[in-house]
Design a protein around this ligand. Structure first.
Ligand code: ADP
Ligand code: MG
Length: 307
């Protein structure tokens, strides 16, 4: 590590969040983390590359915020309580103004998720970020994809399709007449919310869970495959935001809700006897069989990097 790299880390990446679980954070060869007694560690990592996961010239604070939330969303989907995160960042240049804005977004997301930054790596190259997030669940109580059973109900948090529409707004492909709608949709792409509290509250309740990162149909298929069941979706029940409902092209809006990625809502199956929490909308059911059935067949599936 060079002196420049050290001061860069010291200036921009130290002191982002804190937690009593962190015995030793940034500055040594590794971070030291306390995992509560009777708990297991949940770990996930997520990469965001300029031009692939966010557009070139995307605001640095949004790059940071969005990347942390995308990674934290995987903890939410496991029902994990947040512990900390590590950031491996590759930067083309060490631009102080850019880094300062980036650190602001990182701090905002760290505060919102209660994930202190406890380590990472800094290298030079094309802009990319890899966030590794750590969380904990009481032993054997993590939410998984493979527990859905015939008779369960399929439920989703929030609204779907907003992030895909928001990206279209950012790319100049969608021009909502209402300014508030344009702002709302862009924010749903740039500033998503990992549903951490909801995930924690569903421990011991949901039979399966996943976060909607690839699109509703694709992520439902992941639960169906892992659980060896079939899942039916009533497309008319899929929740749309006021902004998406206001789009003149209702076919496109529905399409985004079914196949658009990056919303980071939670998709869960609940046993028949469990009440549906207020924050969830029931959109379908688990039945015997394999695969996903939806009354509305859209063109194109979720996003697959190797398709
Ligand atoms: P090492 O050479 O031992 O791997 P580094 O020089 O890469 O250590 O990093 C020094 C310290 O700074 C470590 O604690 C590391 O976790 C932390 N660090 C490096 N880059 C980042 C970053 N982008 N964000 C947070 N912490 C970082
Ligand atoms: Mg070392």
């Amino acid at each position: 590590m060079s002196a420049g790299e050290f001061s860069l880390i010291e200036t921009f990446f130290s002191r982002i969040g804190e937690s009593s679980a962190i015995e030793l954070g940034i500055g040594d060869d590794a971070a030291t983390v306390r995992v509560p007694d009777g708990h297991t560690l949940q770990i996930s990592t997520d990469t965001a590359i300029e031009g692939v996961h966010f557009p070139p010239d995307f605001a640095p604070a949004d790059i940071a915020y969005r990347s942390v939330m995308a990674a934290a969303s995987d903890l939410a989907a496991m029902g994990a309580s947040p512990i900390g995160m590590l950031l491996a960042i590759t930067l083309p240049t060490a631009d102080a103004a850019w880094l300062s804005c980036f650190a602001d977004g990182l701090r905002a997301a760290s505060d919102a998720t209660r994930l202190p930054l406890i380590g990472g790596d800094t290298t030079r190259g094309g802009l990319s970020l890899t966030l590794t997030v750590l969380g904990a669940t009481p032993e054997s109580s993590g939410l998984r994809r493979d527990g859905a059973r015939a008779g369960d109900r399929l439920c989703v948090s929030g609204s779907l399709g907003d992030a895909a529409a928001g990206l279209a707004v950012i790319q100049g492909k969608l021009h909502p007449t209402e300014k508030a709608a344009a702002q709302f949709l862009q924010a749903r792409f740039a500033r998503p919310t990992a549903r951490l509290a909801l995930g924690e509250s569903l421990r011991g309740v949901a039979t399966a869970a996943i976060d909607v990162s690839d699109g509703l149909l694709a992520d439902t298929a992941h639960i169906a495959h892992a659980s060896a069941v079939a899942i039916e979706i009533d497309s008319g029940k899929v929740p749309l935001s006021w902004a998406l409902k206001g789009m003149p092209d209702t076919v496109q809006a529905r399409q985004w809700a079914l196949t658009g990625g990056d919303d980071y809502e939670l998709l869960v199956t609940l046993p028949p006897e469990a009440p549906v929490p207020e924050t969830l909308t029931e959109i379908g059911r688990v039945v015997a069989g394999r695969g996903v059935r939806c009354d509305q067949a859209p063109t194109g599936g979720g996003y697959d990097h190797f398709a």
